[in-house]
Design a protein around this ligand. Structure first.
Ligand code: HEM
Length: 385
């Protein structure tokens, strides 16, 4: 009986002790709840909130320090560059918010519209082929040929062409590969492929630039616009109607358009690519925006950080590359499947005379004239017997 009452007393005391501790904790909590320190992180009414909001940067209660950090972090997010003692001064920018904008534009609208542009070009070429068919040599093949391009011209063309194709494929892999290849060949093989592609892209860029220079030097004089282009354009090059062959010199207006697209697009692609290859060393966009502002009175930002330069360079490089890919797809189509006899010009360098007369009548006249002048010259130089 005694033992039972002792046990009850002990239980009672234990419960009292627990209640006491609990009560103390509750009181402490209540006290904490009304204090400014706890108020900082709890949800409050508008009135309560305004009574504890920082005034002139001063936080009541000294809980998070004397000064509000909001302005500080706002400045950090705005990309303000602070001071660092290490050589890489870019590290002084803690958060570069434009990076987020760059990333979402690149992976969003840029990738999407670029893929549409390529798809639209391919569909357009398929439709053209379906409606127009292959452009044939109307008078059939003759048994004569005429030299269209010397070996050095073909060398310059193929150097540009092969490097462009590899650059294009490895570049497209960087933009879209991750959506296609890991599922097909696995992550490791995709990583390996991309690494190889990156090296090819970096080094073949120089072959492409060299090829552009060669093509420019060799063909620029044949690509200056002249009167014959107007007729060719008005008749759409005879592309939509058989039996129509507007006369053209060495290059027709369509080819001149390709030439200048390749030259100007290639130059822009090369400059932006150069800036990506040697990062943080150029100010192409700041300088360009400066000129545009001067010319058009616009207010484009000119004081770009090297990082912003890099981001705009990357976007521009991709845009120009997609433009070039679309132009070159059309060019490859007409140089192969689209037109009978065209490929020989860049293959052997010799084209069928009928093909040449149909597509470049004025050029054939010039060449034949040159030839007969040469012959006259050489027969005049023959010593009289
Ligand atoms: C890869 C496949 C390619 C093929 C089959 C091809 C074929 C041809 C052919 C047959 C010509 C001569 C046309 C004529 O005799 O009138 C030509 C010219 C030319 N090619 Fe290509 N080409 C290719 C790629 C490229 C690339 C990648 C570029 C530049 C990035 C390029 C730039 C040019 C230029 C500027 C001309 C002179 C203007 C013209 O004919 O349009 N080609 N090509």
């Amino acid at each position: 009986m005694q033992a039972a009452s002792a046990h009850m007393t002990r239980t009672l005391l234990r419960r009292l002790a627990v209640a006491l501790v609990f009560g103390v904790l509750l009181l402490a909590g209540a006290e904490l709840g009304t204090s400014d320190a706890f108020a900082q992180s709890s949800v409050r009414t508008g009135e309560e909130a305004s009574s504890i909001s920082p005034v002139d940067g001063q936080v009541p209660g000294n809980a998070l320090g004397e000064t509000s950090q909001a302005d500080y972090w706002r400045a950090v997010r705005s990309g303000t560059q602070g001071f660092v003692s290490i050589p890489d001064k870019k590290a002084g920018t803690l958060i570069q918010s434009e990076g987020e904008a760059w990333r979402s534009f690149r992976n969003g609208p840029l990738s999407l519209y670029a893929s549409w542009a390529i798809l639209a070009t391919i569909i357009g070429l398929c439709l053209f082929y379906a409606l127009r068919g292959r452009i044939r040599i109307e008078h059939g093949k003759s048994d004569q040929t005429i030299t269209r391009f010397a070996w050095i011209e073909r060398f310059g063309h193929w150097m540009t062409a092969i490097s462009f194709v590899v650059l294009g494929l490895s570049g497209l892999n960087v933009l879209y590969g991750r959506y296609v290849f890991p599922a097909l060949i696995g992550d490791s093989a995709f990583g390996f492929l991309t690494q190889i592609g990156k090296y090819l892209h970096n080094y073949l860029a120089f072959a492409f630039m060299g090829g552009l220079v060669m093509i420019f030097v060799m063909w620029v004089r044949h690509n200056l616009p002249d009167r014959t282009d107007i007729k060719w354009i008005l008749q759409a090059g005879g592309m939509f109607s058989k039996n129509l062959h507007p006369p053209a010199k060495k290059f027709n207006a369509g080819q001149k358009l390709i030439f200048w697209s390749v030259m100007l697009g290639g130059l822009s692609l090369s400059l932006s690519g150069w800036a990506l290859l040697f990062p943080f060393t150029t100010h192409f966009f700041g300088d360009t925006f400066d000129k545009i502002n001067w010319l058009f009175g616009t207010e484009l930002p000119t004081a770009l950080t090297v990082l912003q330069e890099q981001q705009i360079n990357q976007l521009w490089h991709a845009i120009m590359a997609i433009f070039m890919v679309c132009v070159i797809l059309a060019h490859i189509y007409i140089g192969t499947l689209g037109m009978e006899g065209a490929f020989d010009a860049m293959g052997s360098g010799e084209v069928d005379l009928n093909w040449a007369k149909e597509h470049h009548a004025l050029w054939v006249d010039e060449e034949l004239e040159k030839e007969s002048r040469r012959e006259r010259g050489s027969s005049a130089a023959q010593p009289a017997e």
